[in-house]
Design a protein around this ligand. Structure first.
Ligand SMILES: *Cc1c(COP(=O)(O)O)cnc(C)c1O
Length: 496
């Protein structure tokens, strides 16, 4: 019996896993969610002896039930291979009383690789299963890391094209260089004069544009999404929490069934939602600690029960978390509303209209396992500096936001539960901010690539290939457009 997915906004829209992956977003703008969250059907002892690929299979097969064993194993094998610079895929580093789960060992040195290295394979397999003839056009809005990871995942994948929109002045220089140097005839990168939320809203509008869809179909294309709203991204992310738990158990850091906490630097709410799903699969997780930067809309939500995006958008040193509309939160809202699509839709309509909604006390009651807080810019820099000086371990700005919130949580609660911190980017991806945090005076005058070498020296870590490659790479994409020009840019790229 296949697990069925339905839209968070329409109980009648029901699809299989492969159809949900193909569609990305539901017809009505809702997100696909499984009707129930399946349990793990292997024991922790069994998981402890598995490698990353085997754990990924044990987790993903429970969700993607209309994929055959062979199909799913092939997808996993093609994704988690030598593109990653360690066989462990997601190593754990013990530093200063927390376990950093390094999710940045893939081709673009950010955690988006964990899902985006497998999504193209899931998508192509799903297309084949559903007799899709059209080429798949991936449309993505990025605050920096998704874009490059999606480009790298889809570049030269037959039967696909990928178009990435990013805020022209809202990503780091290294992030931008990584994207605009992307090779592959099927790739297209566009800067917009606007922020990430505008890019995301523009993309969502195109997904819902029925006329555009008909025109595309005529030309032999159909859209799909690589954004973190695609269930094909969420599901692979559950695997690394299970893997981390199994490794802690195997290494003797925790006893059998001992609960752990998980701290996640959060933007679109995808990564922490994956941890929530892992918990609901039966993984012994106690608290889900949601860390925000100064765009602390989620912190305010957890502390007041009101989600309110009406506020200033702040550019921070953790740009991948500069987000005011956390799309994946909708999946949690739907769930705490009792899997009630009509009720969820009301909240989302309020969010679109007034920019805010308040959940009921009964719904708030179900958020007890979440803790939200935020780390401001000065604190983030301090966390990086202190950890480096104390242990020699260098973390990036996003991970530092999480470490800062974890520090606040410990101080507030005295909770000594062992804690995994999701380490979402290599410090080499945000070298300027990281080195400024460590010693601004000393490093201020150095160029970005001088800083890369200096970081390598002080952290005693080899410069990742992803950075080496772009030192000399040519800029291949220079399109910039206004927000309202996004659809015409897409048509032009597709020769429509
Ligand atoms: C995308 C991203 C995040 C936020 O993850 P969400 O799943 O959107 O909450 C955090 N850190 C880095 C480095 C990222 O790229």
């Amino acid at each position: 019996m296949d697990l069925i997915y339905s839209s968070t906004r329409n109980a009648k829209e029901k699809v299989t896993a492969s159809q949900a992956i193909l569609k990305g977003l539901a017809e009505d703008g809702g997100l696909f969610v499984p009707d129930t969250i399946p349990s793990l059907d292997v024991t922790i002892d069994e998981l402890a002896d598995m490698n990353y690929q085997e754990v990924a299979y044990a987790v993903m097969k429970q969700f993607l039930t209309d994929f055959t064993e062979e199909e799913l194993k092939n997808c996993i094998k093609s994704a988690y291979d030598s593109k990653f610079d360690t066989e462990e895929i997601a190593p754990l580093v013990d530093a200063d009383g927390a376990y950093y789960l390094e999710l940045f060992h893939g081709p673009t040195i950010a955690f988006k690789d964990m899902a985006l290295s497998i999504l193209p394979h899931l998508l192509i397999t799903a297309a084949r299963k559903n007799q899709v003839k059209n080429d798949i056009v991936i449309l993505t809005a990025t605050s920096g890391d998704t874009g490059k990871a999606a480009l790298a995942g889809f570049a030269d994948v037959k039967g696909t094209k990928i178009i990435v929109f990013y805020p022209k002045n809202g990503v780091s220089p290294i992030q931008e260089k990584q994207m605009v140097t992307q090779k592959g005839d099927n790739t297209f990168v566009v800067g917009i004069n606007g922020n990430f939320d505008q890019a995301q809203t523009g993309v969502k509008k195109m997904f819902q544009d029925k006329d555009l869809a008909a025109e595309m179909d005529k030309a032999g294309y159909q859209f799909s999404s690589a954004n973190s709203i695609n269930i094909g991204r969420l599901v692979p992310q559950i695997a690394y929490y299970v893997y981390a738990y199994a490794k802690l158990y195997k290494n003797g850091a925790i006893k059998k069934d001992e609960k752990i906490n998980v701290t996640v630097p959060t933007g679109n709410f995808g990564n922490i939602l994956a941890a929530f799903y892992a918990k609901n699969m039966g993984l012994p997780i106690a608290k889900l600690i949601c860390a925000s930067n100064e765009n602390k809309v989620l912190y305010d939500f957890f502390s007041t029960g009101t989600y309110d995006k009406n506020r200033e958008f702040i550019l921070t040193s953790s740009p991948s978390m500069d987000i005011l509309i956390s799309s994946n939160l909708e999946r949690l809202i739907y769930r705490i509303a009792g899997n009630d699509a009509a009720k969820n839709k009301e909240f989302m309509t309020m969010l679109t209209g007034e920019g805010k909604y308040a959940i009921t006390p009964e719904m708030r009651e179900q958020l007890k396992d979440f803790y939200g807080n935020y780390t401001n810019e000065a604190e983030t820099a301090e966390v990086i500096k202190n950890l480096y000086e104390k242990t020699g371990y260098v973390i990036d700005t996003h991970t530092a936001v999480a470490a800062g919130v974890y520090g606040k949580y410990k101080k507030e609660t005295g909770d000594t539960t062992k804690t995994v911190i999701a380490s979402t980017a290599s410090p080499f991806k945000f070298t300027r901010s990281v080195m400024d945090a460590i010693d601004k005076e000393k490093y201020d005058a150095m160029s970005d690539f001088e800083l890369v070498d200096e970081l390598s020296r002080i952290a005693n870590v080899k410069v990742p290939n992803a950075i080496e490659e772009i030192r000399s790479a040519k800029v291949l994409h220079d399109t910039v457009c206004e927000v309202n020009e996004m659809p015409s840019v897409v048509k032009k790229f597709l020769n429509m």
